[in-house]
Design a protein. Structure first.
Length: 240
């Protein structure tokens, strides 16, 4: 998958925020030192100005990525995240028809390989999910991780039998293929996970900053092909 370009969502003297496309690294990976990152894009936009990471998204996950413009802002934003004074809300398209809103309270252990497992010796981890929209054989969930463990959403949803579509680490390795009557089958390898909303009290204004990232085209085109997808303009089947 060729990554789309990151879209800038917010930019002031303290922070710069992007809608990160799937397939683009958040920050430099030592294993791929020449691969482009969102921070590279931020530096280019600022004409060489330095930016400082405060969190990351998995390479194949799209959505809101925040970076700081100064070490002081980096420290403040990192503290907000570490103290869990922030809400991150994701959209996840998962396998199966989820019956009700629920939560997953299972400890997560990070392994030397970087993959995580559900293990009683792991760190406490809580994920809350709500049904956003139902399809035939699939469900769109609004997912809010209350803790910030690596791969938390993906590992938790896979454990309860509803893996994120195209998750080759915690789901299965088969590419999503949707049969279409009279047409060629539709296939997509895109991980169906997107961070769409982030909310926190911004120290600069003392008010809630609500960042929003629209779904990218690569996500929407999958939704449009799903069995039972609503017609354009139809209200979602939501239990929010």
């Amino acid at each position: 998958m060729t990554a789309e370009k990151p879209e800038m969502l917010f930019n002031d003297s303290e922070l710069i925020v992007f809608n990160k496309p799937a397939g683009l690294l958040s920050i430099r990976d030592p294993r791929h030192p020449r691969e482009r990152t969102v921070l590279d894009a931020a530096g280019e936009l600022l004409k060489g100005g330095k930016v400082f990471p405060v969190h990351r998204l998995d390479k194949e996950t799209s959505g809101i990525l925040i970076a700081a413009k100064t070490p002081a802002a980096q420290k403040k934003m990192s503290g907000i995240i570490q103290d869990r004074r922030i809400r991150k809300i994701y959209l996840a398209l998962v396998k199966g028809e989820v019956k009700r809103n629920n939560k997953i309270d299972l400890p997560i252990l990070r392994t030397p390989s970087g993959k995580v497992s559900i293990d009683k010796t792991g760190k406490p981890s809580l994920t809350v999910y709500r049904i956003r929209q139902r399809f035939h054989g699939f469900t769109m969930l609004e997912v809010e991780p209350k803790t910030g463990r690596t791969h938390q959403i993906r590992a938790h949803l896979a454990r309860v039998g509803h893996p994120v579509l195209n998750d080759r680490v915690y789901g299965n390795r088969r590419t999503l293929v949707i049969e279409r009557a009279g047409e060629e089958p539709f296939a997509s390898k895109r991980l169906m996970l997107h961070c769409g909303d982030v909310l926190f009290t911004y120290w600069k204004t003392k008010k809630t900053l609500h960042l929003q990232a629209p779904l990218p085209a690569s996500f929407n085109e999958v939704i449009e092909q799903l069995p039972g997808a609503p017609q354009a303009g139809a209200p979602p089947d939501s239990t929010r």
